[in-house]
Design a protein around this ligand. Structure first.
Ligand SMILES: Cc1cc2nc3c(=O)[nH]c(=O)nc-3n(C[C@H](O)[C@H](O)[C@H](O)COP(=O)(O)O)c2cc1C
Length: 118
């Protein structure tokens, strides 16, 4: 199975397969340009999540997949990377939001670990 036996994937109405091209010429010459081909598809997918949710659909990120298998099945060229899969569809459940970390546990100021105070 190409996605770690997560059978619910085939129930999704839409499965977006986000690809990155590691050979795409970096537009900026910073160290981060080495991973821009991974960052950019994630930005695109996150925007898809926002729009899908705003339209009333459910989404799920799928990071657990066998890249080689996904590429083989979809005939994706060898030099492209599969970055993430995104499921989009009508939700059959509407679970409450899971507990979140406190603001100061994830936003820091000045240095890592120093809670941001607003
Ligand atoms: C990068 C990434 C990869 C994920 N991969 C999977 C996955 O392979 N299978 C899965 O069931 N959920 C996966 N999830 C989690 C689901 O998308 C999950 O439903 C969602 O993150 C929970 O959202 P919540 O934090 O709003 O509750 C992944 C989430 C992220 C951010």
């Amino acid at each position: 199975m190409a996605a770690s036996n997560q059978k619910f994937i085939s129930d999704a109405e839409v499965v977006v397969v986000a690809l990155g091209d590691s050979k795409a010429r970096a537009r900026i010459s910073l160290a981060s340009s080495r991973i821009m081909y991974l960052q950019e598809p994630m930005i695109a997918v996150d925007h898809m999540v926002l729009v899908a949710v705003a339209l009333g659909y459910g989404t799920r990120w799928i990071g657990a997949f066998n890249e080689k298998e996904v590429k083989r099945i979809l005939r994706i060229p060898e030099d492209l990377r599969v970055v993430v899969l995104l499921l989009i569809g009508a939700s059959d459940e509407n679970p409450p939001a899971r507990p979140r970390k406190a603001f100061g546990q994830i936003f820091f100021e000045e240095f890592y670990g120093n809670p941001l105070k607003l």
